[in-house]
Design a protein. Sequence first.
Length: 274
Amino acid sequence: MTTHDPDADSPSNGAPPDAAAGASGEGNRPVPAETGRDDGTARDDDGADEIARQLAAAAERSGLGRIARDETLTPADLVGALGGIRGLAEAILPGLVFLVAYTFTRELVWALTASLGLAVVFTIARLATRSQPTQAIAGLIGVAASAALALWTGRAEDNYVIGFYTNAAYAVAILISLLVRWPLVGLIVGFLMGDGTAWRERRRTYRAMQLLTLVWLGMFVARLIVQVPFYFAGNVEALGATRLLMGVPLYALLLVFSWLVVRAVYPARTTAAE
């Protein structure tokens, strides 16, 4: 879930706790059996489970997957969840270079060339060192597509248009998940924590996942509310600055908040046993 989600290069540490150790004080409550139903509900649940497993597999490589099971969260853990120092550079510097270059030169071509060139350097460095190039390649594609659009229109602010559509798409997907009562973040966290979809049967956990999903929805909506007016005003400097501030820094804050919520509803095994 991210504008530009800095995926981690290595899986998170620790094995997922079992479902019985899952919810703070609620894990001992029996979950209604899913077998023996012939009304099609079981098939629907199987489909939802498969979607959730795919989401969890993707989340394993993302920031939330890196820290969800950790009992403590250190600055190093958070930096790792954001993709490490290299991942942070790949996420921030191309946009920063474009903003600085355009602000001081007012030359769109030069600013786009500098930004795109830096993204190319990051991608080549990943390939040369044989490290996972997925994030750098995804970043390069995004920078190239945005640059192409800005060059086509001749408007510097159009360098940010694709980001608007990306944020809107995430917001719509998350909103739909809330409306159908399958909070997207809950699906991801449930399988990351070895709980499957059992969290939906526990009111406290379900409400926590609703809240967490709503907060992530708020991030994507807030980006649009703040940045789109700057786009229509043609204020490239304000648009670029808010894009940077509401990118990785805001994403990092939501990762920390998500970790706190997950730890509240999925306490450590030793805590649950006590």
